[in-house]
Ligand binder design. Structure first.
Ligand code: AMP
Length: 224
């Protein structure tokens, strides 16, 4: 059985950090739509330039484009044993489309990482991102270069006070309703995202163990 995970939660809740840890631990790809868009921006394609303008404003890229990107990504062979989706879906239309893409696949496990807004704002204003590998070390001003690759750390262009305000408004209007959309499913869990990173990972893993296929069933699935 595949381990198909979605991480829900507001900007700064730690979805990216946790998704990367879960992906490594369960050997499934971490699919971050924000990272995919930032890579397109770095390549400087026409699409990248259009996406950059939308992201810089704190608004959302259109549902059609995002669903197309995710469909293509989840069809690749490495996502057949499962995936961790981070930053998608972000609207009810995207969630409905994802349910369509999941037809014939194992059920989604939906993990909401909950953190209150003051703490989110603090995290977003102090976090950095590596210009080379895109990883986002935990906010610690004493870390001058990327622990993964040694690259330079900068503030994310959209982690600026005015854009943060807009992203929270967009989250409340477009993405928060997804919690109600998924809450009614037996494969939904909300996790407290406030503690140390390792504690949050432990809580997420406990939820996955309770909800998901056993490691044995997963191995049996990938062997066939
Ligand atoms: P993130 O790294 O997930 O915070 O995403 C950064 C920005 O990329 C967002 O503020 C949006 O502008 C855009 N973005 C990422 N994922 C999506 C999505 N699923 N739908 C629409 N826009 C997205």
């Amino acid at each position: 059985m595949a381990l198909n995970l979605i991480m829900l939660g507001p900007p700064g809740a730690g979805k990216g950090t946790q998704a990367a840890r879960l992906a490594a631990r369960h050997r499934i790809p971490h699919v971050s739509t924000g990272d995919i868009l930032r890579e397109a921006v770095q390549r400087g394609s026409e699409f990248g330039r259009a996406a950059q303008a939308v992201m810089a404003s704190g608004h959302l890229v259109s549902d059609d484009i995002m669903v197309g990107i995710v469909r293509e990504r989840l069809d690749r062979p490495d996502a057949q044993p499962g995936f961790v989706l981070d930053g998608f879906p972000r609207t009810v239309a995207q969630a409905t489309a994802l349910d369509g893409l999941m037809a014939g696949r194992d059920p989604l496990i939906v993990l909401e990482v909950a953190v209150e807004e003051d703490e989110l704002r603090r995290r977003l204003l102090s976090r950095t991102i590596c210009v080379d590998c895109g990883s986002s070390p935990t906010a610690d001003p004493s870390i001058a270069s990327c622990p993964q690759c040694g690259g330079r750390l900068v503030q994310r262009a959209d982690d600026e006070e005015r854009v943060i305000r807009e992203r929270f408004a967009v989250y409340a209007r477009d993405t928060r309703p997804l919690v109600d959309y998924y809450r009614v499913r037996p494969t939904f869990r909300a996790i407290d995202g406030r503690g140390p990173v390792a504690d949050v990972t432990k809580a997420l893993d406990a939820a996955i163990d309770a909800l998901g296929p056993s490691p044995r069933a997963r191995n049996a699935g990938s062997a066939t």
